[in-house]
Design a protein around this ligand. Structure first.
Ligand code: UDX
Length: 438
């Protein structure tokens, strides 16, 4: 099958490369000339394990190509995926759909033969209908279901595990309004039938809601265990044992019950907020999700106080070593990362911050400028620091040489916001060790 993927951001690039790897012929289209030139040279603009090889192999095999020319990209395609950005609009938290609508107009003008236009970006409930209306306006000669169809096919990729998530998903969700679109999407995902991946076909609006419901539910699960962690600290219970104790109940499930500094990233914060707004607009407020948004924001803001407390209640003149700035390991993404709340708060409290992240140093500079010191490695960050804080659980922070750390730090103080180390063992070794909910 021949398809076009509009937008070479995270979702577009990963999906495009994976569809090509399935054997389809994929043209990735982006307006950003510089980005396309870099991709043509084999440079991958984002950090995602395995993506560089996947892109290179499929370009080499002639199944994957890049262009800035949409007309070129759309030649002979059976489906066009819209995977452009949908940032939160400043002020009201609504998803900004201007890129989606602009892409739709351009696509509409170029439709030549039956084409399924698929929204892959996370778009608010009802966007599919809007996209269909735009196409009809631009092309009154085309009828939905005959000249074109608009489908919804949300993605559930996790950064850092995106390729595996794409190729071995728990399920694929496709929202369609007619059989023709259903056939095209079935064909596109045929390679997944081999490993018996459930393909859930629904109406378009339902598919749009599934994406938001899934992310809001996961964000709720995390927020729930984070609140349990706070309660554990008060009553002397262990949140990890609580998570295991409830998670073994199959109705609850053990995943996404890891307490930490609050969720971040490009999806949960944006999608929970968008769902809250949509629900309010339709007069069916989602109060639980509203609370989740509020509780999580407050949680991220409250983490710096733990560092202050561990440092004896005053950070002025103290040096804090920070390990991990990305919102989670295996990504350079810092969008809504807890570090964006924690680091500036430490600086405001008078601390000198020495930070290291294996991939996000470039991103970090854009946020923190020269307010902190950027270190080449974990141990360099620890040099002369009074407190060590672990914000992101990168593998390389999971087995630190604590003897060496002890020599480098001025005091044996660790604030571990990801519960990497066993508290009893740390206490035995003489560390003043603070973690989450234990
Ligand atoms: C998420 C969804 O998992 C994915 O399906 C969707 O397509 C996009 O959003 P992602 O944002 O890449 O993916 O990361 P994820 O691994 O889900 O983590 C999100 C945030 O939750 C991170 O800040 C992470 O640290 C936090 N988290 C996750 C926890 O604090 N505890 C957990 O148990 C799990």
């Amino acid at each position: 099958m021949r398809i076009a993927m509009i937008g070479t951001g995270y979702v577009g690039l990963v999906s495009g490369a994976c569809f090509a790897d399935f054997g389809h012929s994929v043209v990735c289209v982006d307006k950003d000339k510089d980005k396309i030139e870099r991709l043509l040279r084999g440079e991958i603009p984002i950090f995602e394990p395995g993506l560089d090889r996947l892109v290179a192999e499929n370009v080499e095999a002639g199944r994957l190509s890049f262009t800035t020319d949409l007309a070129e990209g759309m030649k002979g395609v059976e489906a066009v995926f819209i995977a452009v950005g949908t940032p939160s609009r400043r002020g009201d938290g609504h998803a900004d759909l201007s890129y989606v609508y602009a892409a739709t107009e351009e696509v509409a003008a170029l439709i030549d033969g039956y084409t399924v236009v698929v929204t892959k970006s996370t778009v608010p409930v009802g966007t599919g209908a809007e996209v269909e209306a735009i196409i009809q306006k631009v092309r009154p000669d085309l009828k939905p279901g005959e000249g074109f169809s608009v489908a919804s096919n949300p993605e559930f990729l996790r950064e850092g595990a995106a390729i595996d998530d794409f190729k071995r998903p728990d399920r694929v969700v496709c929202g369609v309004e007619d059989d023709r679109a259903r056939e095209v999407l079935s064909e596109l995902y045929r390679p997944l039938y081999l490993n018996e991946t459930p393909i859930v076909f629904t109406r378009r609006v339902t598919s749009e809601l599934i994406k938001y419901a899934a992310n809001a539910f996961l964000a709720t699960k995390i927020t729930f265990i984070n609140e349990m962690a706070d309660l554990c600290e008060k009553v002397g219970a262990d949140v990890q044992a609580v998570a295991r104790g409830i998670g073994l109940d199959k109705r609850i499930g053990s995943k996404f019950l890891h307490a930490g500094p609050g969720y971040g990233g490009s999806c949960f914060p944006k999608d929970t907020l968008a769902l809250v707004r949509t629900a309010q607009q339709h007069g069916a407020p989602v109060k639980i999700v509203e609370s989740v948004v509020e509780v999580n924001a407050a949680r991220k803001q409250s983490m710096a106080a733990r560092v202050k407390a561990a440092a004896g209640g005053d950070l002025s003149g103290k040096t804090v070593a920070v390990l991990g700035l990305a919102f989670k390991p295996n990504t350079d993404d810092m969008r809504d990362s807890p570090s964006l709340d924690i680091v500036p708060a430490l600086v405001r409290d008078g601390a000198t911050v020495r930070a290291h992240d294996p991939e996000a140093m470039g991103e970090a500079r854009k946020h923190f400028g020269d307010t902190i010191t950027y270190c080449d490695g974990a141990y360099e960050a620890m040099q002369g620091a009074d407190v060590l804080v672990i914000i992101t659980e990168w593998d390389e922070f999971r087995a630190l040489d604590l003897g060496r750390a002890r020599e480098l730090l001025s005091a044996p103080v660790i604030v571990d916001l990801r519960n990497i180390y066993p508290p009893a063992e740390m206490a035995e070794k003489g560390w003043a060790y603070t973690s989450i909910g234990r």
